[in-house]
Design a protein around this ligand. Structure first.
Ligand SMILES: NC(=O)c1ccc[n+]([C@@H]2O[C@H](COP(=O)([O-])OP(=O)(O)OC[C@H]3O[C@@H](n4cnc5c(N)ncnc54)[C@H](O)[C@@H]3O)[C@@H](O)[C@H]2O)c1
Ligand SMILES: O=C(O)[C@H](O)[C@H](O)COP(=O)(O)O
Length: 377
């Protein structure tokens, strides 16, 4: 079997070869010619897969080592018999780590307590649910908005209420101090999310909230967000996903409190899971029966033990989370070198999730929340 794989999918080299002959190319260098005689593609979000690049090829399966799939023209693939698979939930914990680290940073920068704030989560799937759990552990008041889920869970059986209490978008606009977006990018359908946060959305905000976009750039109308930041409708912004990546809006970049190059899901744990799920998909689709698939073990973090002895109890939570992931260094780097957006994504340092760390000398007041987040305390 002939496979073309993105050269920047971690933990794939030397492993994918169990499945066939593998060629590696950076995702932004995939061409019709390179794809032509391949049976399967293992890909990322940086390449668009539509008629222009797939027509006339031998491709039978596209495995995306990602959650999102707006880079795949699924209608074209379905119509032409090209199967496609994704890795649902693979890096959801990583995005939660990103959002938690960012919330703690914004609270520190603007001098507020998270326990006193309401957060509106728009899109409560794999990622949004993890963010919801983390925010509840941080003591925040949580508002959930997910009309497709609400319809499925509440509306299907008349008279039967779903377990989750959802609110409408207007409630989020009126009541949330922080809004975080976790929807897919969709351009059609009743619940399409393209420019869900547009000028009208921002104009209707009552509490001058902060916004976090770590789902897809175009779920937010970026010029409208800039205007909202300028006119004070928004108090600040955390932006991981941008319109027109990698050529992002430089003025918006300057305005963002946290600005990162679409790496919220880039923990090693998330990348490893994505690779594993992609190979499982390949194995299953072509009925290869390879068992067990040999995988690389994840490396330990550089600082696997975090000693909190010298840290004030009030700062131990933020300190611990930032030891695992601190978005500020990436923000400084991206603001200095916006042209290197793609490079930063292709040369991402090792980042592990909470479970890879042991905490020593944690104050009893923060032990429960640290444990609940997933640290070994
Ligand atoms: N920045 C990153 O690195 C990164 C990492 C992972 C995922 N993502 C993005 O985050 C998105 C969400 O990931 P997920 O794993 O939670 O996906 P998911 O499919 O599990 O959940 C998405 C949720 O959004 C809801 N939704 C759809 N349209 C909506 C609308 N108009 N309003 C409110 N809710 C709506 C769906 O019903 C679903 O529950 C992905 O599609 C991807 O684009 C980004
Ligand atoms: O959809 C996803 O899973 C994320 O956006 C993912 O982190 C993007 O990863 P990439 O395409 O850069 O590998």
């Amino acid at each position: 079997m002939k496979i073309l794989a993105d050269a920047h999918i971690p933990y794939l080299r030397g492993i994918a070869e169990q499945f066939g002959e593998v060629e590696y190319l950076p995702g932004n260098q995939f061409t019709k010619e390179a794809i032509g005689d391949k049976d399967a593609l293992i890909v990322r979000t940086v390449t668009h897969f539509g008629k222009d690049i797939l027509e006339g090829s031998s491709v039978k399966l596209i495995c995306s080592a990602t959650i999102g799939f707006d880079h795949i023209d699924t209608r074209y693939c379905d119509a032409t018999g090209i199967a496609w698979r994704t890795a649902p939930g693979c890096n959801a914990n990583s995005v939660e780590q990103y959002v938690t680290a960012s919330l703690l940073y914004m609270a520190d920068k603007y001098g507020f307590r998270l326990e006193e704030k309401s957060i509106g989560i728009i899109g409560v799937g794999n990622v949004g649910s993890k963010v919801e759990t983390a925010c509840r552990k941080l003591g925040m008041h949580v508002l959930l908005n997910d009309p497709p889920r609400e319809e499925r869970e509440v509306g299907e059986k008349p008279g039967v209420k779903g377990k989750t209490a959802f609110v409408d978008l207007d409630t989020i606009k009126k009541e949330a101090d922080i809004i975080t977006l976790h929807t897919p990018l969709t351009k059609t359908g009743r619940h399409k999310t393209y420019h869900l946060a547009d000028e009208y959305f921002f104009d209707a905000l009552d509490k001058k909230p902060f916004i976090i976009n770590s789902c897809r750039g175009s779920v937010v109308d970026n010029p409208a967000m800039k205007k909202a930041l300028k006119t004070g409708k928004l108090a600040g912004a955390v932006i991981d996903c941008w319109e027109n990546e990698p050529d992002i809006d430089r003025e918006l970049l300057e305005m963002a409190d946290i600005a990162t190059p679409h790496i919220a899901g880039y923990s090693a744990d998330g990348k490893w899971t994505a690779t594993k799920m992609s190979l499982d998909n390949l194995n299953e689709f072509f009925e290869l029966g390879i068992h067990p698939i040999q995988f690389i073990q994840l490396p330990q973090p550089n600082n696997p033990v975090i000693d909190l002895r010298e840290i004030e109890p009030a700062h131990q939570l933020a300190y611990s989370v930032w030891q695992t992931y601190n978005p500020m260094m990436e923000t400084v780097n991206l603001k200095k070198n916006p042209d290197k957006f793609y490079w930063f994504r292709s040369h991402y340092p090792l980042r592990r999730e909470y479970g890879a760390y042991k905490l020593k000398n944690a104050d009893s007041s923060v032990v429960p929340v640290l444990k609940q987040l997933g640290f070994n305390v």
